[in-house]
Ligand binder design. Structure first.
Ligand code: ZN
Length: 135
């Protein structure tokens, strides 16, 4: 495995506009902007914290997975993302070890990162994202 750091922590919010002032103005984190990821029906906003980032996730549709998460749990930490430079071999190792995957193949997330989610059943309850920067 070539995983070497926490890339970001994903936090589900009802509204980025409402959540952002705390993280940007009170915590004082650098706001990197936001973008819509159509495939996941979310708007994501990134703030830099050291080598890592905080990713605020706002649903863009009532059938977004983030909308369902907020409905159930009222928002909060949604996933932890770890950075790799070999997502394909990492996923292969997971599959070989019968780890329950949400994504068998990487897909494209925010910032064109290649991402794949690992099921919380295999990670002691945390939705884990593995991500790799585009070449
Ligand atoms: Zn993420």
């Amino acid at each position: 495995m070539t995983i070497d750091k926490i890339d970001h922590i994903g936090i589900a919010v009802k509204s980025i506009e409402e959540a952002l002032p705390y993280y940007r103005d009170i915590l004082g984190l650098e706001y990197m902007g936001s973008e819509v990821v159509e495939e996941q029906k979310v708007r994501v906003a990134f703030l830099t914290i050291g080598e890592s980032r905080i990713e605020l996730l706002e649903p863009t549709s009532p059938d977004s997975p983030i909308a369902k998460f907020i409905e159930k749990r009222g928002g909060g930490i949604h996933h932890i993302a770890v950075r790799t430079d070999a997502i394909h071999s990492d996923l292969q190792k997971h599959a070989e070890n019968d780890v329950r995957l949400i994504d068998n193949e990487p897909r494209i997330g925010a910032h064109n990162m290649r991402i794949a989610f690992i099921h919380p059943k295999s990670t002691s309850g945390v939705l884990l994202e593995i991500c790799e920067e585009p070449e």
